[in-house]
Ligand binder design. Structure first.
Ligand code: IPM
Ligand code: MG
Length: 368
């Protein structure tokens, strides 16, 4: 039987550097666990623009649609800041999300014990933290029409539209309730129903889905600004947070930083089930392309490595191997191995991206 297909889109900035470490782990899975993938690689973001003049070619889009899973590094960089909006690197990522219809974006924020002191919050606020933000990813103000910069009298006006249909809200709510049942059984839904009609509808629909199909799950509602405040005040009150595309973008960066470093956090973007019963899926680290450190060997590959672990769990039915990778990462951190993002200025010499990869591979070997 053919091996399941995995499309790698390393992208820009530190994307290719962190992905290089993931490729070594993919190799390890083949050599040591007999788990093989049909891996192919392609371009996205600025890297695609440089070659094709667009941040995602139609051929790459077709490959992504056909793959069991897509693993993405990062997109964007200052070199592309002046490009027309329609061909900016970010549009490549947004096209993948939209056309693959990846409506449910899981962004876990988990605090590794060894890093609790590294958070900008006090240890007892973050130690043991384990929450997931479920961000709607294919609609809302990111995609709503009308949008653009228009002339109005003698000045310009910038317009974006927040738009949600009932079915778009219902399907992401459902995915949050399903996830909560496998965890702490609690969902907090965040919007701005105090100022936005789309927020009122959001709150209504989430409540309806709950009352009809998930009465066993504890549901609460919060205005998103209060949610941001509660996330830094006492994040452990949450289990699963479900929210729209824009609030989810902001709140997930906030939640990520609670854990000490953006460089640690993976994400999964899931859509409807494919013929194989598994959801359409794209996995990517939450961090961006970090152009300031690209090429210096300072990038932390852990978020990308953990994104691959999520792929093993959600797309390839290899939950045990996903756990093996997560435990290996935990061990490496407990042993004090640190990339630059996990250190204070006085904490000594950080390991390089490759050395962190070495350490994870050694911990994987030790797990056998
Ligand atoms: C994210 C990023 C993206 C977003 C950018 C790169 C388009 O910030 O995945 O959170 O805004 O969704
Ligand atoms: Mg973001």
């Amino acid at each position: 039987m053919a091996n399941p297909s995995l499309l790698i889109l390393a992208g820009d900035g530190i994307g290719p550097e962190v992905m290089a470490e993931v490729k070594r782990i993919i190799g390890w899975m083949g050599a040591k666990r007999g788990i093989h993938f049909d891996v192919s690689e392609d371009l996205v973001g600025g890297a695609a623009y440089d070659v094709h003049g667009v941040p995602l070619s139609d051929a790459t889009m077709a490959k992504a649609q056909a793959a069991f899973a897509v693993l993405l590094g990062a997109v964007g960089g200052p070199k592309y800041d002046k490009l027309d909006f329609s061909v900016k690197p970010e549009r490549g990522l947004l096209r993948l999300r939209k056309e693959m219809d990846l409506f449910s974006n899981l962004r876990p924020a988990q605090c590794f014990d060894a890093l609790a002191d590294f958070s900008s919050l006090k240890r007892d606020v973050v130690a043991g933290l384990d929450i997931v933000i479920v961000r709607e990813l294919t609609s809302g103000v990111y995609f709503g029409e009308p949008r653009g910069i228009f002339k109005e009298g003698n000045e310009r006006v910038g317009i974006n539209t927040q738009r949600y249909t009932e079915s778009e809200i219902a399907r992401v709510a459902k995915s949050a309730f399903e996830l909560a049942r496998k965890r702490g059984n609690k969902v907090c839904s965040m919007e701005k129903a105090n100022v936005m009609e789309s927020g009122i509808l959001w709150r209504d629909v989430v409540q309806e889905v709950h009352d009809r199909d998930y009465p066993d799950v504890e549901l609460s509602h919060m205005y998103a600004d209060n949610g941001a405040m509660q996330l830094v005040r006492w994040p452990k009150q949450f289990d699963v947070i479900v929210t729209d595309n824009l609030f989810g973008d902001v709140l997930s960066d906030c939640a990520a930083m609670l854990t000490g470093s953006l460089g640690m956090l993976p994400s999964a973007s899931l859509g409807a089930p494919m013929a194989n019963g598994r959801p359409k899926a794209l996995y990517e680290p939450v961090h961006g392309s970090a152009p300031d450190i690209a090429g210096t060997g300072r990038a932390n590959p852990i978020a990308c490595i953990l994104s691959f672990a999520m792929a093993l769990r959600y797309s390839f039915d290899q939950g045990d191997e996903a756990t093996r990778i997560e435990k290996a990462v935990e061990k490496v951190l407990a042993d004090g191995v640190r990339t630059a993002d996990l250190m204070g200025p006085q904490d000594g010499t950080p390991v390089t991206t490759t050395q962190m990869g070495d350490a994870v591979l050694a911990a994987l070997d030790a797990s056998l």
